[in-house]
Design a protein around this ligand. Structure first.
Ligand code: ADP
Ligand code: MG
Length: 226
C-alpha cells in the first residue's frame, strides 16, 4: 500500500542551516496493516505523513501509494487521487470554521451526494458520539469533539488508506476508545492505517511500530509493537 525509498525533505531557510525533516526514509506498509509511527516532537512525523498523503513533495526519493507514484502525477490528478484514496486526520483538525459539523464531514466527499451520504454522515456522527452536535460550528466544540469530527470526515469516503496525525492527542479516554473502535472497524473492512503518535499510550490494534528520530527510521521495520 505504501512503498517509500530514500525519501528526504529538506527545509531551507535563508541565513539558517538546512533542516532535513525526514532523511533517507525507507518504509513499506502492506495492505491491511496498522502501523504506528512514534518519535519525539520535531522528529519528522508530520512531514512523513504529509509526504505519504500526496501533499508534500519530497526533496528526494520515491513515494508509491496504492500502486501510484504520487509525485509523478500532475497537480490535478494528484488532488483527485488524494480525494479518492486517502483519508487524512490532521494534527490540528483543519475543520472549516464557517461550516457546521454535518457540512464539515460531508464536504470531504463531494461526489457522493444525496440521501445515502446524509445517512452515512448521521451514522458516523452517532459512532463518534456527536449526533447532538451536527449543527454546531467548530468554534462551539471542544478540541476533543473537533478531533472526532476530523476522524469522521476522514472515513466518510471509504479511503483505501487512512493517515492520522496524533488522532487521539486531544481526547479523553472515552473519546479515544470511540476513535479506536472506528479505526478497528475501518480495518476490518480492509482498510490500511498509518498513524502518528508522540506518546507511549497503547492504541488497540496496532501491528507494528516504527520509531523516528531526527528524521530517520530508528528501529527495524518488522519489529512488533510491545
Ligand atoms: P513532528 O511532527 O515529529 O513534530 P515535523 O515533521 O513537524 O515533526 O517537523 C520536523 C522538523 O522539520 C522540525 O525540526 C521542524 O521544525 C521542521 N519543519 C517542519 N515544517 C517546516 C517548514 N514548513 N519550514 C521549516 N522547517 C519545518
Ligand atoms: Mg507533528
Amino acid at each position: 500500500m505504501i512503498h517509500i525509498e530514500g525519501a528526504s525533505r529538506v527545509y531551507r531557510r535563508r541565513g539558517r542551516k538546512a533542516v532535513a525533516a525526514i532523511d533517507q526514509v525507507d518504509l513499506r506498509v502492506e495492505r491491511g496493516e496498522f502501523v504506528c509511527v512514534r518519535g519525539p516532537s520535531g522528529s519528522g512525523k508530520s512531514t512523513l505523513l504529509l509526504t505519504i498523503g500526496a501533499m508534500l513533495r519530497p526533496s528526494a526519493g520515491r513515494v508509491e501509494v496504492a500502486g501510484e507514484q504520487v509525485y509523478a502525477l500532475g497537480a490535478r490528478s494528484r488532488a483527485a487521487f488524494r480525494a479518492e484514496k486517502i483519508g487524512f486526520v490532521f494534527q490540528l483538525f483543519h475543520l472549516l470554521p464557517y461550516l457546521d459539523v454535518r457540512a464539515n464531514i460531508a464536504a470531504a466527499s463531494g461526489r457522493v451526494g444525496g440521501k445515502a451520504r446524509d445517512a452515512a454522515v448521521d451514522e458516523l456522527l452517532e459512532r463518534v458520539g456527536l449526533a447532538g452536535r451536527a449543527d454546531h460550528l467548530p468554534a462551539e466544540l471542544s478540541a476533543g469533539e473537533c478531533q472526532r469530527v476530523a476522524v469522521a470526515r476522514a472515513l466518510l469516503h471509504r479511503p483505501v488508506l487512512l493517515l492520522a496525525d496524533e488522532p487521539t492527542g486531544n481526547l479523553d479516554p472515552r473519546s479515544s476508545s470511540a476513535v479506536e473502535s472506528l479505526f478497528g472497524e475501518y480495518r476490518a473492512q480492509g482498510g490500511t492505517i498509518l498513524m502518528v503518535s508522540h506518546d507511549r499510550t497503547p492504541f488497540e490494534g496496532v501491528d507494528r511500530t516504527i520509531h523516528l528520530a531526527e528524521g530517520r527510521v530508528a528501529s527495524e521495520p518488522g519489529a512488533r509493537d510491545t
